[in-house]
Ligand binder design. Structure first.
Ligand SMILES: [Zn+2]
Length: 368
């Protein structure tokens, strides 16, 4: 199961008090739903989702909040093969009006509506065709087309476009959190934190994206908006801000899973850095030791180690046998032991002698 689906499963199980449930319904309606009025003035509410857990949540919300039994239809998405499209509908005019009343939405008069919503309606239908909610469209397509036709001719019907939810629905902080839960269920997704950090809401309109951004920023996270194809994407890219938002949405399990992955990733990075650093140090020690062993061989071949004072001869033999040994260890191997700086001093003297033997030691000779 994808990380998004896990979060949606979890959010699907959260059920707050009535005021919060209404805010959550408002978000779902605004971001993945529509309100339609047919030619005879009857209102209906439709929500679309590809996630079965989200469909189940919508059903539960309508049942527990309004005692309305919504109709759910599932059809296979003909374009994406594996994905399902779930359509949740409230067909009864009285039921639909009860929901609209609770989320404080008034459907304007037909005449005014048509002017504002005429093109919007056409877009809605186009969207459905383009995004391949094909199965459902085939079943209901004719009805839909008639609805549009009727509206254009009679000027009574229409579709409400987002954002139509007034701010008063999310006046309380608890209801704002519920609204964000609903928004994530409707249009949210997030990447697997193992790959990278990204959480987004693909909003249908710029207005709804701005509204969502405002609510999110009220809790701290600084969400950005970017237009993408037919949507306006509100997104977060920083691990800390994603954690904050998951916390605000009350997705505790998702938050823990996210944090665990983040900690593991950080730990892996730290260990890698340490290993790289140690490897670099070891390489340096070894290459220095190899150079010193070369120098000692040069002395041995030219003047012989026997010509060196005992303290130098001793360290020369030891270094020759252990070119990869650290200075500290070299010092401890001497009898009596010598400190790191003492070892360093003796090795430097050997280097000077080697340099003199190579003929480049003029300066050093004059100094000693
Ligand atoms: Zn509330």
């Amino acid at each position: 199961m994808s990380f998004s689906s896990r979060i949606k499963e979890e959010l699907g199980r959260r059920l707050g008090p009535r005021h919060c449930r209404i805010a959550e319904i408002a978000a779902l309606m605004e971001l993945c739903g529509r309100v339609d009025r047919d030619a005879s003035g009857r209102i209906s509410i439709t929500l679309n989702t590809e996630n079965v857990a989200v469909a189940r949540k919508c059903f539960t919300l309508f049942k527990k909040t309004f005692n309305i039994v919504a109709d759910i239809r599932t059809s296979r998405n003909t374009y994406l093969k594996k994905a399902h499209n779930c359509r949740i509908t409230i067909q009864g005019d009285a039921d639909a009006r009860k929901v609209l009343g609770a989320v404080k939405v008034e459907f304007p008069d037909g005449g005014a509506m048509l002017k504002a919503q005429g093109p919007g309606m056409a877009n809605t239908v186009d969207d459905e065709v383009a995004t391949g909610v094909g199965g459902t469209l085939k079943a209901q397509g004719t009805g839909m087309a008639n609805t549009v036709g009727d509206e254009v001719e009679t000027g009574v019907g229409g579709t409400l476009k987002a954002p139509f939810i007034p701010a008063s629905v999310t006046a309380r902080a608890c209801c704002k959190r519920a609204f964000l839960r609903g928004a994530f269920l409707a249009v949210g997704s997030m990447s697997d934190p193992e790959k990278f950090y990204h959480l987004e809401f693909a909003c249908p309109t710029q207005e709804s994206a701005l509204q969502l951004q405002g609510i999110i920023s009220g809790f701290g996270p600084d969400a950005k908006i970017v237009p993408r194809k037919k949507s306006f994407v509100v997104y977060l890219k920083e691990g800390n801000q994603i954690v904050e938002l998951l916390n605000v949405m009350d997705a505790g399990l998702g938050l823990m899973a996210f944090e665990n992955t983040r900690i593991m990733k950080d730990m892996r990075n730290t260990i890698n850095r340490q290993v790289n650093c140690e490897t670099a140090n070891i390489n340096k020690t070894v290459s220095t030791g190899l150079r010193q062993a070369d120098e000692i061989r040069l002395i041995m071949n030219n003047i012989g180690l026997a010509s060196l004072p005992p303290s130098l001869r001793e360290i020369a033999q030891l270094r020759l046998q252990n070119p990869d040994m650290a200075l500290k260890e070299l010092g401890e191997s001497l009898d009596p032991p010598v400190g790191k700086s003492g070892v360093n001093h003796r090795l430097r003297k050997l280097s000077q002698i080697a340099l003199e033997l190579q003929g480049g030691g003029q300066e050093i000779v004059s100094r000693t």
